[in-house]
Design a protein around this ligand. Structure first.
Ligand code: NAP
Length: 493
């Protein structure tokens, strides 16, 4: 463990959370010895400082992952699976501890953080089970002259870049399949939330992951450090979760060495409520789709479209539920809505609401920054949204629900598809045929049909259009870390 481990002590003891770089199984302070502050968004107070990796540290991590690569790829799938299973068990046993750590550095309410810790652990369990199910194919060529054997091999050394909004789950959704496939890796978590990633690296070592297989580094110069790794020919895979803006930069960077890319990018989810929907169920699901993680989720319902006959009742009930949310510090067990992650995120949410109200939007509840320490925005519901308002076109990433009225199915689909994003959409109707018809017409990788939550380690998570390339979770997520090799041969005739 790092000698510099800090973190304030609350109910749990965080004094042994590592804060140095994890390279080749060792905790190291980094070439320059510089640190990055980690701040609790509920209080704006520093809770720790972590090592700040340079390009030379990143190349050392590539060296370590490369050296560990052949042995890990040759490790029996059952052994890889059992290590993942052990990681799952350790994480579940420590879920409350992880929940508080996540809440401390990210600000999310403890309940959301506990759900995340358990959801994150499930990726270890799922991929423990998938590790022993990597199969190929065999057949006779149509001409009959030879056999065609198809095998699956690990794609190789992977760079994993993750965002701050789900510090545990976005990491395990990549680490799980990468380990199962037999890849070694370097995880670069977001600067806002490095502590969960380091704690997880320690847990993986305890579960039996050999030195060098999982390396973790934080840096204040993500562009330079990640680019240097992508230009090292030993790196064969990039899996990125974050904004579409950064995703575009990384796709260009990865093009130089034609690095295999998986991209989980931004979203702008429409939430469509038809007149015949079960009103209470739709409001309940809206609270989950909008407010899980305080609105800071790529799957967050960004734009609500309610059919004219239900719009007033839906808006009123949603505003009542939003206004009743208990706002407070993330680590307070009574809190249902914590702060946003940092000042710039808070400013952006405030700007989007000001833009909407400036164009005539009506505030049913909220609509303001809360006057207290921390980055708090009031739970907000807006109606009367003018076309072109930024709340409809940009990712809000905060507790703001803009509601637009529509008249018919065709309008609903047109509104839902009016975005460059295509991650997830939510549709509420009691008419199943209509629900399926609309689900088919909406351009997105995932649909919640009469459900406000789609994420599941057993399901293929991912987007189309500018929301991403590839899928995470399920056997599709494992395929992102495998290469297909075809062997043409014949035997004995
Ligand atoms: P972000 O700004 O794109 O950052 C994501 C990660 O990329 C962080 O680790 C960041 O490091 C790093 N990064 C930033 N600039 C980089 C560069 N030039 N080169 C290499 N790496 C770079 O996103 P975020 O604000 O952390 O997260 C919110 C976004 O993630 C939202 O758009 C959300 O929709 C998306 N998201 C998508 C999914 C999905 O599955 N589709 C899931 C969760 C979140 P630093 O922290 O050092 O800047």
């Amino acid at each position: 463990m790092s000698a510099q481990a800090v973190v304030k002590v609350t109910g749990n003891d965080f004094s042994r959370v590592p804060t140095d770089l994890f390279i080749g199984g060792k905790w190291v302070p980094g070439a320059e010895g510089k640190r990055i502050d980690v701040v609790d968004p509920s209080t704006e107070k520093r809770i720790a400082s972590v090592a700040n990796a340079t390009v030379s540290d990143a190349i050392k991590a590539v060296d370590a992952a490369y050296q560990a690569g052949a042995a890990w790829a040759a490790t029996a799938p059952r052994v890889r699976g059992e290590i993942l299973r052990k990681a799952f068990e350790l994480m579940v046993a420590r879920a409350d501890w992880y929940a508080e750590l996540i809440s401390l550095e990210n600000g999310k309410a403890l309940g959301d953080a506990k759900s995340e810790a358990l959801y994150a652990a499930e990726f270890f369990r799922w991929y423990a089970e998938e590790a022993v199910r990597i199969f190929g194919e065999i057949g006779t060529a149509p001409g009959g002259a030879n056999k065609m054997i198809v095998i699956q091999q690990p794609v190789g050394l992977a760079v994993l870049v993750t965002p701050w909004n789900f510090p545990a789950a976005m990491a395990t959704r990549k680490i799980g399949p990468a380990l199962a496939a037999g890849c070694t890796m370097i995880l670069k978590p977001a600067t806002e939330t490095p502590l969960t990633a380091y704690a997880m690296a320690a847990l993986l070592a305890e579960a039996g992951v050999p030195n060098g297989v999982v390396n973790v580094l934080t840096t204040s110069t993500a562009g330079k450090v990640v680019s240097a790794m992508l230009h090292d020919p030993r790196v064969r895979k990039l899996s990125f979760t974050g904004s579409t803006e950064v995703g575009r930069v990384l796709l260009k960077d990865a093009a130089d060495h034609v690095v295999n890319c998986s991209m989980e990018l931004g979203g702008n989810a429409p939430f469509v409520v038809f007149d015949d929907a079960d009103l209470d169920a739709a409001v309940e699901a809206a609270m989950i789709a909008k407010m899980r993680n305080g609105g800071e989720a790529c799957t967050a319902a960004n734009r609500f479209y309610a059919q004219r006959g239900i719009a007033d009742a839906f808006s009123k009930k949603l505003a009542e539920r939003m206004a009743a949310l208990q706002v407070g510090n993330g680590t307070d067990p009574a809190t249902k809505l914590g702060p946003l992650v940092n000042a710039s995120t808070l400013d952006k949410v405030a700007e989007l609401v000001t833009d909407a109200t400036g164009r005539g939007a009506k505030v049913l509840t909220g609509g303001k920054v809360l006057e207290r320490a921390g980055y708090f925005y009031a739970p907000t519901v807006l109606t009367n949204i003018a076309p072109g308002s930024r709340v409809l076109t940009e990712e809000i990433f905060g507790p703001v629900a803009p509601i637009v009225v529509f008249d018919n199915e065709e309008d609903a689909v047109k509104c839902a598809n009016d975005t460059e994003y295509g991650l997830v959409a939510y549709v509420f109707t009691k008419d199943l045929a209509r629900g399926l018809r609309v689900s088919e017409k909406i351009d997105s990788g995932m649909i919640g049909l009469n459900r406000g939550l789609v994420s599941d380690p057993a399901a293929p998570f991912g987007g189309i259009k500018q929301s991403g390339i590839g899928r995470e979770g399920s056997h599709h997520g494992l395929a992102e870390y495998l290469e297909t090799k075809y062997i043409s041969t014949s035997w004995g005739y």
